[in-house]
Design a protein around this ligand. Sequence first.
Ligand code: ZN
Length: 922
Amino acid sequence: MPGLALPSLLAGLLLLGGCDTANKNTQEQTTADKPSDSALQDSTKANLEPAAKGEEQPPAGKLPDGVRPKAYRLDLTLDPRQDRFHGQVEIDIDIDNPTDHIWMHGNNIDVTHIEALLPGDTGKQKAEDKIVAAHYRQMLDSGVVRVDFAGGVPAGELTLRIHYNAPFDKNLAGLFKVEEQGDAYALAKSESIQARRFLPGFDEPGLKATYDISLTIPKGYVAIGNAPEIGRSDVEGGLEKVTFAQTRPMSTYLLSLAVGPFDVVERPAIPANKYRKQALPLRGFARKGRGDDLKYILDVTPQMLRIFEEQLQRPYPFKKLDIVAAPQWPSGATELSAAITYREERILVEGDEPAPGLRLALLGVHAHEIAHMWFGNLVTPPWWDDLWLKEGFATWGTPLALTIMEPDGGHDLNAAVSAIRAMKLDSLASTRAIREPITDNNDIRNAYDAITYSKSLGVIHMVDEYFGADTFRPALGRYIETFADGVADSPDFYKVIGEETNSPQLTDTFRTFVEQKGVPQLDLTFDCSTQGDAKIRVKQKRYKPLGSPIQEVGQRWSIPFCMRASNGVSQCEFLTESEQTVDVSGGECPKWVMPNVDGSGYYRFNLKEKHWQSLLAQFDNLSPTERLSLIDSAFAAFEAGNLKPAVLTEVIRLAASADKRQVVEAPLSNLSKYTAHYVDPKQAEYWRAFLSKLYSGRLEALQQQSDADSQLLYSRLIGFLALEGKNQEARKTLRDKAEQFTGFRQPRNADALDSDLYEAALTVAVQDSGKEFLNHLIKVRGELDDPRFESASASAIGRVTDPAQLDTIHSLALSDKLGSREAFGLIQNALAEPALQDRNWQWLQDNFSRVVNKIPEQWRRDTPRFAAHFCDQNSLQQVQMLFTQQQKLVPGYERALAQTEEGINLCMALKEKGQALAAELK
Ligand SMILES: [Zn+2]
C-alpha cells in the first residue's frame, strides 16, 4: 500500500515545488488535500495544481454561467480485466463571451492531450477548423478543472477534444470495477458528481447535452449504455467496438457505461398504447449465471410502466428499457436513463416468489426508479438544491403506482410511515430545509436524506389530498410537458403549478414547507364557553423536543388542516396565522377531535390530557393512517415534556393490539431507544416483561397466518423481542433457524430461514452460539453466493457481545473477505451494540483512516453517524475530538456530525422522562 502512495505523493510535491507563487489559501487547501496517512490509496486522490497569484479562484460549487455543453462524442476502451481505461471525448460547447479560460470538471484523470477546435467560416468543412492549444489543470479535490486557451477563444461554438486515461475506482465511485465469482465487471456510478472521474466534462445536472458513445470492450462482453446499441465491429487484440445511438439531452449523473460478461434476458417488447406510439424493448441484465433471478422484476415491469404513463398521461421518454442487477452497486438503485441499475440483492429473486419484505422493497425501489424517467431524467433540476423535484416526486409516485397495482397492499400506510420518519429528522435544529442552498461540492451528497425524499413525499401527499388529485395531477403533467428535455427549478415549478391550478394557497403550502425547516406543531384547545358555539383554537409553532436548541422565531407555515370531531363531521381550514379559531360544525361541544384527518397533514398535534384520553377511547374507530399520526404525535408530545408517561403507555398498548402491521410497528423504534438508554438494570426485568406481554401473544397468533403482512410483522416482532426484549423463547427460535440454515453442526437446511429474518437470526446466533458459530458463519459467507446473506451476516457479525471475539471481527472488517458496503454495515452495528460499544469505539478511533479507506467513498461523510447510539457527555466529547482530528479524511462530514451531536444531546435531555416511563410500568 505505501508503495502505491509514494509516486503520487512525490508527484504532488514536485508540482507544489513548481508553483512557488501559490497564494496561502490555496496552498493550505492543497496541502490539506494530501493524504496524511499512507494507507490511503493514490487512486482516490488527484494531483492538484493550485491557482497562481492573482488568478481567479476555482468555483467550489456551481460552475459560472456562460459556458454550456451541447453534445458529447465519447470513445472509450473499457476492459474490466485491466486496471485503467482510456479514450477520447469531443465536447461541443457554446461560450457566451470571449475568454482565455473556462471551468469544467475532471477528477483524477490523466489528460494526455487537449485542444479546442474553432469552426472555420460559416458553411465550410470541419477540416478547416482552427486548432487552439489548451492546458488542463485540476484545481480542487472535488474535481474542478481550469482549461486555459493559448491566445483565448471568441464567443460562440467550439469543440474541446481531450485524450485521457484513468484508473478504475476500487471504492465503488465513478467508473469502478468489481470482481464476482472470478469475473470482472466495470460499472459507472455517476450520481451525484462522480461522472467527472471517468469523463472530463460539465458534471452538473442542469448542463444537459446529447451523447454519442462508443465503447471498445473484450469480444463477446455485454455493454449497457443509455441508448440502443446500433453497431459492433472487431478490433485487434480480442476486442470489439460497440456503438450506441445518440441519446436525448441528458445530465452527466445519468450516464450508464456497464461492461462485463452479463447474462442478458430478452423480454417481449412492451406494447404501444394511447400515449406511446412504439412498442418498447425490455431487457434484463445480471452477472453471469444470475439471469434467471430477474424473472420477478421483469414480470412486473410492463404493468408498472403502464401505470405511470396513464397517471402522467405522458409516454415513457426513452427508446428502450434495460433493468440492470449490478454486483456491489453502492446505492440501492440509480435511475440511469433507460438503463436503471440496482444493487443486485434488491431485485434478484431466487425461485418464483420473494420473501414478503424483499418483495415490498423490490416493488418500492422499482416504482421509484421508473418514476424518475420523467421526474429527473426528462425534466431535470438545474442544481442539487432542487433535488426534491426529482427525489420527492419519485418517492411520492411510488405508493401511488403500487396502490393502483395492489389496492389493498397497504402502500398508503407505508407512505405515511415514511413521512413520519422524516419528522424525526426534521425535529432537529440541524435538519435541512427540503430546498436549501448548496454552495460546495462536498455538501451535495448531504441533500440525499429523509428530508428530500420522505418529507417531500409527505408534503406532496398533503397537497394532493387537500386540493384534490383532479386539481394537482393535471398541473403536474403540464409541468413535465413544459420542461421536457430541459431543466426546471422550484420557482419554475411553483409558477406552472400556480397557473395551472389557479390556487395561490397551493403554491403557498409548497413554498412554506419546501423552503423552511422543521415540523409544524399544532396545539388544539377546546373553547366551549358559549353554549351552541363551540370552537377549537389552533396554535402553530415549530416542534421542539426537550433539550432542543431550536429558537422560537415565529416561523409560520401555510397548512392545509383537516380535523374530525365526535359529531362525525370533517372540517378543513387553511391555517396561516400563529393562532386561528375553527367553529365546530353544529356548535355542540365535541367529545373528541382527531386533528389530522387521514393522517395526511405533515404536522404534529397536541391536546389537553383529557382530550388525549377521549381521543384514545376512539382509537379503534380511527383509520390506520390516523392512528399512525396519533402515535407519532403522542411520542413527540412525550419527548417534548408535554405528555404524561401514563398516557403514552396507553398509546403503546393500543398500538400493539391494532390490526394493521404498520400501526403495531410504529412505536418499536422509540421503544428500542428507550430500552437502550433509559431502563436501568433494576428496571430491566419488568421492562422486558412488559415488552414480552405486549408482543408474545401476537407473535404466536401470527404464526398461524400465511398472508404477507402477517409474515412481515412476525419477522419484525420476533427480531424485536429477541434483540431488545431479550426474550429467551424468541432467541431460541431464531438461533435454531440460523444454525439449521448455515448447517452449524448439522446438514444445511436452505429452507430454514427466509431472507427477511437473516439479520435478526444471525445476530442472535452470533451472540449466543459461541466462537465456533462465528467462525462457521465467516466460512459460510465465503461459500454461499447470496448477496443478501453476505450483507446481513456482516451486520450480524458486528453485534458480537463476547470481548474475546473482538479481534476476529475487527480484522475481518478491514480484510478483503468483506466488500466495502459490508464493512460499513459491520462497523455500524458494532457501534450500536451496547455490550461492547466502548471497545469498538476505541478500535474505530485507532483505525480511523483504515476504516475510511475501506468503506464506499460516497458514505465517508456519514462516518459521524457511527456514534449515533451514544447518550452521554463523555462519548460526545470523544466524537467531537475524533472528527476535529480526522475531518480531512471525510469531506462533507459537517452535517452528519452536527446531527449526531444533537441526537446525543437530545438523548441525554430525555433521560429523566425516559426513566419515568420505565418506572410507570412497575
Ligand atoms: Zn431516486
